[in-house]
Design a protein around this ligand. Structure first.
Ligand code: FES
Length: 574
């Protein structure tokens, strides 16, 4: 890392040399109404903005980008806004996860191909955070992340509603006949009251906290509500800071280390964070050339207390977490377990960054001697059913199910499950183990969030609200229940989960980290020999490329050709 000056800015390769191509570049800048003084010798800062009319979580980005630009101009930079895939979690099918890697490629290649010196990433809704960061890590220009921030708390007749979680709960009650349709309109109107990301500890909140802990956003940024004036101030401050980062040549490779990821994993565990973080953190680390496996989560899970009392595993919502002190305060509680020498976008250590933070609401951010749960928020299990691992959010499951033996009830795909789950003649009881096949990275495709399989209606009516569910899918971070996820290898590539049959006995021991199917090795091998690989869904286009190159969950579901940090040539300027 060496300080830059105007002559060695990356953008100077486009605007500086005395040749015809430079003349053309400069003429086109002037075509847009910019004078030479606007951009000459100034850091050109790309703003990758994931706004769209179909991403309600980023609705405020349409104008918030102006605050980022204001900060960049104030600090002597030149802002350029570049659109990036919005990946609206709710609307995109079959899953935004199908497109996370596409966003990462778009981010990386937009930065590589254009005359930019640094970048502000504007994201928040689930996959936009890892997608943007993965691309920026691979490009390795000075980078700062502006998180979208959570939406306001939901409300229905005075009852606080949490994103996702309260929809799942209401729907279970409605299927059980204990809630009527009149409530539905109230929930529909009250559960998402403003722009911003889901305000429970879903994937968006988890990844924003991870980003702040990695040192990639300003201290305190992760939890600021999207519509709070403080969010506007954070956006302009990020704009000011990125300009200095360019002069300092402070890049992700100068900030991120294996210890940064260890810190990030610990905060995710301490928050009862989303299971999706396991996949994204593995992918992010591998983009930096750091070999990180899901087992790292498990290793720290044993000793990391669950202290951030936010739903779905806790009681409060993201606004409460913010007012309680936010990520900085939670990190301070965990300080003795962290490496505080890791670096941040501020050019200071993590220890220095969190020094000003305090806990203001001790029931929201609990002290170490009074955690919500002593340890073990996420557990990685292995066994004959998941040789390469599976994940369960321990804190979101009914404790009686953490050690369980039951007969499998197998659904061959999502359509099979929806067609039969409420059939009164379904051979199921509360001890059954529901299994959903063909929902993984290839099978979904895109590993949709189908892992919280619905409880069969006949059991709901008996009052059952949780049971063991196993799939190679993911689950929304706002979901809950004894759901074993990310089973690898997935069904689609011949993993054992794809060989299961109704009635197979499955044994789970969460604390023992085991998940097994109690059939003989010979029987398993015979089924494997008889197994016929399903056809791929996409014969052309992005989907075909995805199917050929996506890796399994334990490797982060990145494309095999995108992992690692081998150098990529800068474009020739001709
Ligand atoms: Fe965008 Fe939840 S739908 S963060």
């Amino acid at each position: 890392m060496a300080a830059r000056d105007p002559s060695n800015l990356r953008s100077a390769r486009w605007f500086g040399p005395d040749d015809m191509r430079t003349l053309s570049h400069r003429a086109r800048m002037k075509q847009m109404g910019y004078a030479s003084d606007d951009f000459d010798g100034k850091p050109v800062i790309a703003i990758l903005n994931t706004w769209s009319d179909l991403n309600p979580c980023h609705a405020h980005f349409k104008t918030r980008v102006d605050d980022v630009k204001r900060g960049i101009v104030q600090a002597g930079g030149f802002p350029v806004e570049l659109p990036a895939m919005a990946l609206g979690e709710v609307f995109m099918k079959p899953s935004t996860m199908l497109y996370r890697n596409l966003l990462s490629m778009q981010a990386e290649e937009q930065l590589r191909a254009n005359p930019v010196d640094g970048v502000v990433l504007m994201g928040g809704c689930d996959k936009t955070v890892p997608g943007l960061l993965m691309g920026a890590f691979s490009m390795n220009l000075p980078t700062i992340f502006v998180p979208a921030g959570p939406m306001l708390s939901g409300n229905w007749r005075g009852e606080r509603l949490g994103s996702g979680s309260d929809i799942w709960k209401f729907w279970a009650d409605r299927r059980a006949g204990s809630a009527d349709k009149s409530m539905q309109e109230g929930i529909e109107s009250g559960i998402a009251r403003s722009p911003g990301t889901c305000m429970t500890m879903g994937t968006a909140s988890t990844m924003a906290a991870i980003t702040e802990t990695l040192g990639m956003s300003l201290p305190g940024a992760a939890t600021i509500p999207a519509v709070d004036a403080a969010h506007t101030r954070m956006a302009s401050a990020s704009g000011r800071r990125i300009v200095d980062m360019v002069w300092e040549d402070l890049k992700p490779s100068d900030i991120i280390s294996p210890a940064s990821f260890d810190n990030a994993i610990k905060i995710a565990l301490a928050m009862g964070g989303s299971t999706n973080a396991v996949i994204h953190v593995v992918a992010l680390a591998r983009r930096m050339g750091i070999k990180l496996d899901p087992e790292r989560f498990d290793e720290f899970s044993v000793e990391t207390p669950f202290i951030v009392n936010v739903r779905p595993s806790g009681k409060y919502l993201m606004e409460d977490f913010h007012f309680a002190g936010g990520v900085g305060a939670a990190l301070k509680v965990l300080a003795e377990r962290l490496d505080l020498t890791t670096r941040t976008v501020g050019g200071i250590s993590l220890g220095e960054a969190i020094a000003p933070f305090e806990v203001y609401l001790p029931d929201v951010i609990r002290p170490l001697d009074n955690p919500v749960e002593p340890a073990g928020a996420l557990v990685v299990m292995k066994g004959s059913l998941a040789p390469d691992g599976a994940v369960i959010k321990r804190t979101a499951a009914e404790p009686r199910l953490l050690k369980h033996r039951g007969a499998a009830l197998v659904f061959k795909d999502y359509n099979d499950m929806t067609a039969r789950i409420d059939d009164p003649s379904l051979d199921v009881d509360e001890n059954s183990v529901l299994v959903l096949q063909n929902s993984g990275p290839n099978g979904g495709p895109g590993m949709p969030e189908w892992g919280q399989l619905p409880i069969p209606k006949k059991l709901l009516e008996k009052g059952v609200r949780d049971m063991i569910r196993i799939s190679d899918a993911r689950m929304s971070g706002t979901s809950y229940g004894a759901c074993v996820l990310h089973v690898a290898p997935e069904s689609f590539v011949g993993g054992p989960i794809g060989l299961l049959r109704d009635g197979d006995i499955i044994e789970i021991d969460v604390d023992g980290r085991r998940i097994d199917v109690l059939i003989s090795a010979e029987e398993m091998e015979a089924r494997r020999q008889a197994w016929v690989a399903p056809g791929r869904k996409y014969e052309r286009g992005y989907g075909a490329m995805y199917g050929r190159h996506v890796t399994q969950a334990n490797l982060g579901c990145d494309f095999d050709f995108l992992t690692g940090n081998a150098p990529t040539a800068e474009p020739e300027i001709h």
